[in-house]
Design a protein around this ligand. Sequence first.
Ligand code: GLU
Length: 483
Amino acid sequence: MTSIRTRFAPSPTGFMHVGGVRTALFAWLLAQQSKKINGEGTFILRIEDTDKVREVEGSIQQIENSLKWLGISWDEGVDQGGPDAPYKQSERLAIYKEWAQRLIDAGRAYADPYTPAELEAFREQAKAEKRPFLYRNHRPENPPTWDGTQPLRFKSDPKPYQWTDAVMGNLSTGEDAIDDFILIKSDGYPTYNFCHIVDDAIMGVTHVLRSQEFISSTPKFLNLYEALEVERPTLATLPFVMAIDGKKKLGKRDGAKDILEYAKEGYLPEAMANFLATLGWNDGTEQEVFTVQELIDAFTLSRVQKSPARFDEQRLLWLNGQHIRALSLDDLYARVEDFWPVVAKNTDEAHKKQVLALVQDRLKTLADLPILTEYFFTEPSPDWEMVSTNKQLKKLNQEEIVTLLAATKAVIADIPESDFVAENIQDTLNQLLETTGQKPGILFSLIRLAVSWAPFSPALHDTLATLGKDTTLRRLTESIESL
Ligand code: GLU
């Protein structure tokens, strides 16, 4: 394997969503793999800002923040520069002009003399004659000298192509796919079709990974590589990301939102990376949970699926839970800083860590923390509707409830303070099951609610141990009294 240079080349037209980030991730993984194997590999962040109309302010920062959050670092790019700086296309206009001049000199580019209305008339004519409109059928015989105010067009060399895409396999097109496209617009900015090829050549990009939307333009690119006499990089087309039903492209309602929203919602970047990498890629085994290092080792373009991937947010949620579970307690503690319930504000670190350890396995996102832990930090208010609507507990009448809770209080009170640990509590509660003749599903659920008044809580004996003897007794009393 030779040393790989990949690039991510977003246009600053808004926030980054899953499809875009996945492209960046795959390109980054290839470069990291190359670094590991060859000691060399480069990932470039290039900003393609030549369409000034579509530009959205603040996007570059947003793109950089999104990549950083995911742990995708770049070796060359707008902020830190590199051997081929600048990495923002709007600052490279002189370079494109020079390359355009080369094409003009070689007789492979010409100034477009037509007005939009004239072009429209050609189009209409083609439509009326039921043939595809091709600009090259209207090449001017004596084009004017290009003065920068007219669009500059590529003089294509129409022919059929056969090529291999690293993901899509063998592809072919006829000569109708080749036309004279614009290289430089009348506003002086180059088109994507032209400048990305110049930049990939100058920057020595070996692998171009990009979304499926560009596949129909590829024959044009192949024609231009030849005219510019530059080596063609490996092309890898990544299929679209579809909504879960597989029928439409991912829309905002299906999760095509700003990737940084997921950070706010309590997703871990490593879970997101795992999720994105396995959106249309697998390593050929049943493995679903990958660390970033494992992804770097296992990733190959040849195992990226040709068919569109489906975006399954439930899978992301599941993966997030898996990655949360895999964290050390200290690491998890550092990451949940912004997610504690407000009432935990003045609680000391030791107690918070104890609570966190208890709920770690139950967190699907870090944002679940308040609902799972609030009652450890503040007195809950009894809500007897939770009992009357509970499938098992609604069978109990008030008297039975009082009797069971009073019996619980009595056995808990009997455990010496110094022995109030999960194991002893569990033994005590198991005995209580026998003496009361109740099922765990009833007795334990009732106690759980009476001390927490929360919809979810960890194992009962752990919960009571963490609450402590005094709090447990106080809450049982309050619950009985509130009846
Ligand atoms: N600027 C293009 C985009 O944002 C990049 C396509 C490419 O990677 O070549 O979609």
